[in-house]
Design a protein around this ligand. Structure first.
Ligand code: NAD
Length: 498
């Protein structure tokens, strides 16, 4: 059985804790590897080595650091097929989707190559008589990234690239469900010229996370995952005096106005609801058609599109639309939620529970599922299902649809489909959600903007990637300087003013 360890000091090392977790191939249901779960002692050693490597990396000029990232991009592109295959085999998503996962991560590495510009401070000549004032952005030291299973390339890259570009060292604790790609990325970074110790990939579970939260060397933590864990890490990390940003779960609503192009809206809902088996934090899981007629026509258009979806293993290449969910437990939880939807009175229009694929009977597949006439009190509305299940909540008016979106505890992404500019503008302006699409169902901003949700989807002040990432991974120092020729007075006891 393949064993996956850690990437420490520029090389692969096996785990020594004696604890491991199974890594599945969700397409077949087989265990394909064991991943080491680090002990606190292993973690502390990795952190100590990172702390030793960090000052040298911080002293490397920003352009040279950026060059390492430039070479890293080239190497990722060289190994794209290998990375995508490893990713799909542990996650289950299709190969084209796996390439997209890697590419959206590369976008942020490319953005981070602009670090020399983004790290420039400000300068004011003669702010007072003979006094110059300037600010600089300095790295934090050793920082940590804790990442989820659903984007095993993109989210680690969103953490690694800006953190390293700013001169920090990083401890990356990826998801134990699909750890191969983060290890491969660390190896590529080493090949690209990153000094040993600057990026340490430590595999593990709650023990490793708690070790990160309590280790005083760790200055900042960037987390992405489910909301309960985000809340835990945010509160314990902040209580320990660290800078923390946590991005949590989601329940993304899409409003479909009566004037929308319903074919476009239906296509968008199918892509955003069922792509990656619904395991995206920006997946649309709730459709809100406005008006009974819009709802009837939308459902009519959705059904044949959904029934046509091809579900299967990533090895089928472009012939499938989405793959299995990540674990048996996830599959069973989703089936349980579909059962609850039926029990609570939602109309099950397309039922994915009976899905069966010859030769892949043990894979973790869930067929595409559509519910109509869902109400906000139902579990399928309240919970983040994180599976290929789309719920339709009918509303009478735009205001009612907006209120529903705004009352939801999550605020990651949302979208409106309409031809009316006034309505779209009103929605974008009033809705309390971090990322908004106008006729765009998955409004994930590009790498040079920032990404982050509101309410229970995001904790902390700064977003991921874009300029915010450079603020998160640096601290500002401001220097007020004058030289002996500029000092005219003797001792001054009053508070200095201009
Ligand atoms: P998860 O919360 O189970 O795991 C995320 C990370 O936390 C992993 O590294 C895991 O090892 C660690 N972890 C798990 N349980 C822990 C515990 N009890 N104590 C300490 N650490 C723990 O999330 P997941 O299932 O891997 O990912 C899916 C979730 O992530 C969904 O809720 C999804 O919406 C969310 N997500 C959010 C965003 C975003 O940007 N808002 C992006 C991607 C995924």
């Amino acid at each position: 059985m393949k064993e996956l360890g850690h990437w420490i000091n520029g090389k692969y090392v096996p785990g020594t804790s004696g604890r491991t977790a199974d890594v599945y191939n969700p397409a077949t249901g087989e265990v394909q590897a064991k991943v080491a779960l680090a002990s606190k002692a292993e973690l502390d050693e990795a952190i100590a080595a990172a702390a030793k490597a960090q000052p040298g990396w911080a002293a490397t000029n920003p352009q040279r650091r950026a060059r390492v990232l430039m070479e890293f991009v080239r190497l990722i592109n060289r190994d794209m097929d290998k990375l995508a295959t490893a990713l799909s085999s542990e996650h289950g998503k299709t190969l084209p989707d796996a390439r997209g996962d890697i590419q959206r991560g590369v976008d942020v590495v490319e953005f981070s190559i602009g670090a020399p510009h983004l790290l420039k401070g400000e300068y004011m000549d003669s702010a007072g008589t003979g006094i110059d004032l300037y600010s600089m952005r300095q790295p934090l030291g050793v920082v940590a990234g804790i990442t989820p299973f659903n984007f095993p390339a993109m989210i680690p890259l969103w953490k690694i690239a800006p953190a390293l570009a700013c001169g920090n060292a990083m401890i990356l604790k990826p998801s134990e469900r699909d750890p191969s790609v983060p290890l491969m990325l660390a190896e590529l970074l080493t090949e690209a010229g990153l000094p040993p110790g600057v990026l340490q990939v430590v595999n593990g579970d709650k023990d490793a996370v708690d070790g990160i939260l309590d280790n005083p060397t760790i200055q900042a933590i960037g987390f992405v995952g489910s909301t309960p864990i985000a809340e835990y890490i945010y509160s314990r990390g902040c209580a320990n005096g660290k800078r923390v940003q946590c991005f949590g779960g989601a329940k993304n609503h899409m409003i479909i106005m009566p004037d929308a192009d319903l074919d476009q809206a239906a296509d968008a809902l199918v892509g955003a609801g069922f792509g990656a088996a619904g395991e995206r934090c920006m997946a649309i899981s709730v459709a809100i058609p406005v008006g009974e007629e819009t709802a009837d026509r939308l459902v009519e258009k959705l059904v044949p599109r959904i029934e046509k979806l091809k579900v299967g293993p990533y090895t089928a290449g472009n012939d499938i639309d989405y793959g299995p969910v990540v674990t048996k437990a996830a599959q069973e939880r989703i089936f349980g939620l579909i059962d609850s939807g039926v029990k609570q009175g939602a109309e099950l229009v397309v039922d994915g529970r009976g899905f069966n694929l010859q030769g892949y009977e043990n894979g973790f597949y869930v067929g595409p599922t559509l519910f109509d006439r869902v109400t906000p009190d139902m579990e399928i509305y309240k919970q983040e299902i994180f599976g290929p299940v789309l719920s339709t909540v009918r509303s009478e008016t735009y205001e009612e649809a907006l209120k529903l979106t705004m009352d939801n505890e999550y605020g990651n992404g949302t979208a409106i489909f309409t031809r009316d500019g006034d309505t779209a503008r009103d929605f974008a302006s009033r809705v309390n959600v971090g990322m908004v699409g106008v006729n765009v169902p998955i409004p994930v901003p590009l790498g040079y903007f920032t990404f982050g949700g509101w309410k229970k989807s995001g904790f902390g002040d700064l977003n991921q990637h874009g300029p915010d990432a450079f603020r998160f991974y640096t601290r500002t120092k401001t220097v007020t300087a004058r030289w002996p020729s500029g000092i005219k007075e003797g001792a001054v006891l009053n508070f200095p003013t201009t």
